[in-house]
Design a binder for this molecule. Structure first.
Ligand SMILES: *Cc1c(COP(=O)(O)O)cnc(C)c1O
Length: 695
């Protein structure tokens, strides 16, 4: 939902049943009466009504109107409304399909928003009565609960007191919890008396006691109400029910039940609190960086606190390859959290780590045979450097303590990793004296898409000839140098380098933290060259962008050398092999396979190459390139990051340039029209000169 500037924030609450026929409509109508009795200009709304002939007042709306028939009308706020009506008495999905329509949570949410805007300004609250149970389908992918999540209104859950009520109520509460929705109340509707033999008064009393206790323990903010079976004979009957719901009506009137999605500018306060308390990546704490407040995310979209949706062009720094809130990843997370969120990895093992380790080794270049799990990319790089150093010690080569790496690299922000980052963009001068001194060679100069020039290896050859016996290992990002300049170089460079390393006795470390999991068009970028390194790091997209996890793999030979003579490898993060992260990572590997990532990435490469091509026509553009799911526009001078960020957000896209680079690396699931919009926004930014720094 996208509230327009200056619109009133939506105030709404959803009334949902634990099933059909539980007394939801009666509860909604009684609550409407209680609210109107308190002077709140409430309206009961069926966003979707099935089983009726379309008319203004149809289906449940007739009950709503009847419940307040004797109360004074509120001008401009009729008691009831139906937004979408279908004649088939079935689930919304079926009923809509029968009439050739398709319902989506987003469309219904905007209908609700528009409906609210159309009411008189005095309107106080919408009671949105859901159709059927929480998971009643709207379409093949979404259910009623997705509409609730879209609107972000609190939920009143209505259950009927009968045999089986506990199971239905508890399942529904779990669903509410899983979507991060707020529960305003649980209303237990009593059956007509006398009750059937099977239920029995004792069962009903026990149900009620159990639910009251469960609510107090797990949902302390929510109210528990028991609604007696009403003989709905006119105003007196309705008044009796309304009286029972009065405490709930008061609570709703007091808190106002603003939909979290509709607040005027809910992000403003958060931004101020953020500025007072937090630090952001590579940012000043005193010169404040521009911030947007992200509230939710789905598919390839980031939803801001004010309801605006941005098309994501960054995959949250290479990570969210399947987009956001992928149901399978979220499910893996929940399922594992119910079993065991974490245990120490010292002395203990578990299925999520073993399974993931085996699968990673199977996917990595042939010859890598052992996995060490770390909790972030930088730590995985530290682990790789330490593996190389301990390997040398195991071999008795104590002179080999330094690393050789190309300029323009990026390997993380911890001290060891920083020492092998590009000395200029890595700001080595800031930490001079602290950082270990490494050898730097020329950046691999030969473009990915040009014929290979063997001279590109001259500098590596020279340094290895001079200092080869001091070098423990050569470390580099294969094929794509990421944060150091988004540079794509020729795979033959890696073949030549691997050969030089072998001759010089130096180990070869590939940092695939950015390039892994298909981003460059190969599962690991090492495959472009057919080279197996001695050590390989991966991370970032490993969990599909859900949790932090990284892994360092090495060959059997490296492992044996490290452990020679009973030695051990000296590293062990507290959260090593975290079961949640490992379970999500395995699910992410499944999704990559099922989605056929090769086709997704190939489609993105074509879309990015085509969409960014017009950038070549601008005089300040130095280069335009695309490889796999990465598209880059390199300018001749540094760009104005904050200004561009604002420009892009205004155009509904999330792109974060740095240095001289405006680049895109969208989630693999990005549809072609969104790739086109991302590229068009970059072209627009150049056309509007929005990239320029002030003189
Ligand atoms: C991001 C990155 C790292 C560091 O990973 P973190 O998880 O941010 O610590 C290391 N190497 C490369 C190539 C990266 O892109």
């Amino acid at each position: 939902m996208t509230p327009t500037e200056g619109s009133r924030p939506l105030r709404a609450v959803f009334v949902a049943g634990t099933g059909t026929d539980v007394g939801k409509t009666v509860a909604t109508a009684a609550l409407l009466r209680a609210l109107r009795g308190l002077g709140v200009a409430a309206q009961a709304v069926k966003p979707v009504q099935t089983g009726v002939a379309p008319a203004t007042l149809c289906g449940d709306a007739i009950s709503y109107a009847a419940a307040v028939a004797d109360l004074a009308p509120v001008p401009g706020v009729p008691p009831a409304a139906v937004l979408r009506a279908f004649s088939l008495p079935a689930s919304p999905q079926l009923a809509a399909a029968r009439e050739g329509g398709r319902l989506t949570a987003a469309d219904l949410a905007s209908s609700i928003g528009e409906h609210w805007e159309g009411l008189a300004p005095g309107a106080g609250l919408l009671l949105l009565e859901a159709a059927g149970g929480l998971l009643a389908p709207l379409n093949a992918r979404e259910g009623m609960i997705d509409l609730m999540a879209e609107v972000q209104a609190p939920v009143i859950l209505v259950a009927r007191n009968e045999l089986g009520a506990l199971n239905h109520a508890l399942l529904s509460l779990e669903a509410v919890r899983a979507r991060g929705l707020e529960l305003a109340a649980l209303v237990l509707v009593e059956p007509p008396r006398p009750v059937a033999e099977a239920s029995g008064e004792a069962v009903l009393a026990e149900n009620s006691r159990y639910l009251a206790e469960h609510l107090a323990a797990h949902w302390p903010q929510a109210l528990f109400c028991r609604l007696p079976w009403g003989e709905l004979s006119g105003p007196a009957g309705w008044q009796e029910l309304a009286q029972v719901l009065l405490p709930l009506a008061r609570a709703l009137a007091e808190t106002g039940s603003g939909s979290r999605a509709g607040d005027a500018r809910p992000g403003v306060d958060l931004e101020a609190r953020d500025h007072a308390a937090l630090w952001h990546p590579y940012a000043s704490a005193t010169l404040l960086p521009p911030l947007e407040t992200a509230a939710r995310s789905h598919d390839n979209r980031i939803v801001l606190a004010d309801g605006r949706e941005l098309i994501d062009g960054m995959s949250s720094w290479w990570a969210a390859v399947h987009g956001y809130n992928h149901p399978r990843l979220n499910h893996a997370l929940r399922a594992q959290s119910a079993l065991m969120p974490h245990v120490m990895f010292g002395g203990l093992t578990h299925a999520p780590a073993v399974t993931l380790g085996e699968r990673l080794l199977a996917a990595m270049p042939e010859g890598l045979e052992r996995i060490f799990f770390a909790d972030s990319g930088s730590v995985a790089v530290e682990v790789a450097l330490k593996m190389a150093l301990q390997c040398r010690q195991g071999r008795g080569e104590r002179r080999r303590t330094r690393f050789l790496t190309p300029r323009g690299g990026y390997h993380g922000d911890t001290l060891g990793a920083m020492s092998v980052c590009d000395p200029v963009t890595g700001m080595h001068s800031l930490f001079a004296g602290m950082l270990p001194q490494q050898f730097f060679m020329e950046r691999p100069s030969c473009r990915f898409d040009a014929p290979f020039d063997p001279a590109a290896l001259d500098d590596a050859r020279r340094i290895l000839a001079e200092h080869g016996d001091e070098v423990a290992a050569v470390i580099l990002e294969p094929v794509v140098q990421g944060a150091g300049g988004m540079w794509f170089y020729h795979p033959d460079y890696l073949r030549g380098l691997a050969d030089l390393c072998r001759r010089a006795g130096a180990l070869l470390i590939f940092d695939e933290i950015a390039t892994g999991f298909g981003r460059t068009g190969r599962f690991f970028a090492a495959e472009w060259a057919g080279v197996t390194p001695d050590i390989l790091c991966c991370g970032k997209a490993l969990t599909g962008g859900v949790l932090t996890l990284a892994a360092t793999a090495c060959t059997a030979e490296v492992a044996e050398d490290i452990c020679r003579g009973g030695r051990v490898f000296m590293h062990g993060p507290t959260f090593m092999g975290n079961p949640l992260a490992c379970a999500v990572a395995s699910a992410s590997l499944d999704i990559l396979e099922e989605n056929r990532w090769q086709a997704q990435v190939a489609r993105l490469e074509r879309g990015l190459a085509e969409g960014l091509a017009p950038c070549r026509n601008f005089p300040d553009v130095a280069d335009v390139r695309a490889l796999g799911a990465i598209g880059v526009v390199e300018m001749t001078a540094p760009v104005n990051g904050p200004r561009l960020q604002r420009f892009f957000v205004e155009r509904g896209v999330w792109i974060r340039p740095f240095g001289r680079l405006i680049y895109l690396m969208p989630p693999y699931i990005t549809p072609p029209e969104d790739v086109a919009r991302l590229c068009a926004a970059v072209v627009d930014a150049l056309a509007a000169d929005a990239w320029r720094l002030p003189d």
